[in-house]
Write a protein that binds this ligand. Structure first.
Ligand SMILES: O=C(O)CCC(=O)C(=O)O
Ligand SMILES: [Fe+2]
Length: 211
């Protein structure tokens, strides 16, 4: 039996975010649920349900190979599968815990499935669009089975503007959630040797500018 998820996990993540701004949490979701999410993502990928990911927003949206070559499928919150709804509910717990501890006013989640076919990447970037600061907390849940170091595809987070050479490499192991403040941490996805699946979400923040 997998270890039972402690009910205080969202509070622990919020406390780590308050402390260092980023957090890696293994077993954020139970293995069976991760397996279900992976299978659904694989089926959608095989059915041609993913699109080339773009860079920017609205009229500025471009597909730019120099920056990213992954494929994405946006989740429609009104048409989630049962497994995706459970993921959504867990992230809602995290939203409440972060708001309670950090008074951030996070209010809305937007999320997409992503697949990085072998050799694809996402170069160093911040998760905020130019001039649009609403994305506040990035949350990436990995869906991969038995991911090994030699499979590549690590998420590299540059942990401090004061020390740009300092970084941590996080392997995309199934059930692992990486969360970080979207405006604070440059990060990149290194090329993977095998198909790499994830579910990436951003909590947006209410502000006068973005209502
Ligand atoms: O999949 C990852 O590890 C990170 C993806 C990412 O940085 C993004 O989609 O903005
Ligand atoms: Fe990103």
């Amino acid at each position: 039996m997998p270890p039972k998820r402690p009910p205080e996990l969202p509070e622990q993540i919020a406390a780590t975010l308050a402390d260092q701004g980023w957090c890696v949490t293994d077993d954020f979701l139970p293995p069976l649920l991760v397996c279900q999410l992976r299978q659904e993502a694989q089926q959608l990928w095989q059915a041609g349900g993913f699109r080339r990911a773009g860079v920017g927003r609205g009229v500025e949206l471009r597909v730019r190979d120099a920056v990213r070559t992954d494929r994405v499928a946006w989740l429609d919150p009104s048409a989630l599968s049962a497994a995706q709804r459970l993921y959504w509910t867990q992230l809602e717990q995290l939203r409440l815990a972060v708001n309670q501890m950090l008074f951030l006013g996070l209010y809305e989640l937007e999320a997409h499935l992503a697949v990085y076919p072998p050799g694809t990447y996402f170069r160093k970037h911040l998760d905020q669009f130019r001039g649009l600061g609403a994305r506040t907390l990035s949350c990436v849940l990995y869906l991969n089975d038995d991911w090994l170091e030699q499979d590549g595809g690590a998420l590299r987070i540059y942990t401090g503007p004061e020390a740009p050479e300092c970084s941590v490499a996080v392997l995309p192991k199934g059930g692992r959630l990486v969360s970080f403040f979207s405006a604070r941490f440059l990060h990149e996805v290194e090329p993977a040797q095998r198909e790499r699946f994830s579910l990436t979400g951003w909590f947006k923040r209410r502000s006068a500018q973005h209502q």
